[in-house]
Design a protein around this ligand. Structure first.
Ligand SMILES: Nc1ncnc2c1ncn2[C@@H]1O[C@H](COP(=O)(O)OP(=O)(O)O)[C@@H](O)[C@H]1O
Ligand SMILES: [Mg+2]
Length: 258
């Protein structure tokens, strides 16, 4: 089943064309990794799909619901009504580079806040579910702590639990490990890998090439607002067709080798 279909997305900020005819399709249970140099439009793409930005043209369909489409009669791109947009937002979860936890809420409250206030779940039920999620994240003993008392890696796992608490149909990660020291990265990657094994549908923007290669079914390489190349990890990492992909990977592995 097709979970996400983004077609011919164009987005500009002033004169800058940041997304230029981008398309992205994601099926149920698929893990798609988006790679590419800084400034290529990866975050903007995720932000457009998650309704933090509006697109200028193109079409986006989430779990069969049309979020934006081209209206033949009006001859322009139109967004769905408020209610549909709200329902679509509930299908989508996002984990940010900098966690974005509420600093004045405990870990438990960070996770239960949206289920209680947005979904109207009874608090006790939300708390019981949050505790299950925390234990999956290896954070059972942190429920009553505040974000400042946790390491970056722990905060990021709380933010994954927070996203999961709304049972999203698709989970998006925007460079979930890039604010972390290498030794804290491993735990996040393990959590994402476990979610992949449970067939969670995910779109992951990452600089961790080895991880992308291992965990993703499909790789999308973006540069300067376009999808330059996409395919299986085998195809993109070992037999890249495009020169820009080859250069990007070469630079990445050279930097790694020091
Ligand atoms: N809110 C904004 N206003 C103006 N320019 C923006 C905004 N957000 C991103 N950009 C620009 O869009 C381009 C793509 O940015 P981004 O999507 O963050 O790339 P990436 O995530 O691949 O590093 C960059 O040139 C960036 O400066
Ligand atoms: Mg980014």
């Amino acid at each position: 089943m097709r979970m996400l279909s983004a077609r011919n997305i164009c987005k500009r900020f002033g004169d800058a064309e940041v997304l230029r005819d981008i398309s992205l399709e994601v099926d149920q249970g698929q893990v798609v990794a988006v790679i590419g140099p800084s400034g290529s439009g990866k975050s903007t793409l995720l932000r457009c799909i998650n309704q933090f930005e509006t697109i200028d043209s193109g079409e986006i369909t989430v779990c069969g619901k049309k979020m934006v489409s081209f209206d033949e009669r009006l001859q322009r791109t139109v967004y769905a009504d408020k209610d549909t947009l709200r329902k679509i937002r509930l299908d989508l979860g996002m984990v940010f580079q900098n966690y974005n936890l509420f600093p004045h809420f405990s870990v438990l409250r960070n996770i239960t806040e949206a289920p209680v206030s947005v979904l109207g779940k009874p608090r006790r039920e939300a708390e019981a579910e949050a505790k299950v999620l925390l234990s999956k994240m290896g954070l059972s003993d942190k429920a009553e702590q505040y974000p400042y008392q946790l390491s970056g890696g722990q905060q990021q796992r709380v933010s994954i639990a927070r996203a999961m608490a709304l049972s999203p149909k698709i989970l998006f990660f925007d460079e979930p490990t890039s604010a972390l020291d290498p030794e804290l990265t491993g735990a996040i990657l393990r959590v994402i890998r476990a979610l992949a094994q449970e067939h969670m549908t995910m779109v992951i923007v990452t600089h961790e090439m080895a991880f992308a290669r291992d965990v993703a079914d499909h790789i999308v390489f973006m540069d300067e607002g376009v999808v330059v190349e996409s395919g299986t990890p085998e195809e993109v990492f070992f037999r890249p067709k495009e020169e820009r992909t080859q250069r990007f990977l070469q630079r990445y592995f050279e930097d790694r080798a020091g």
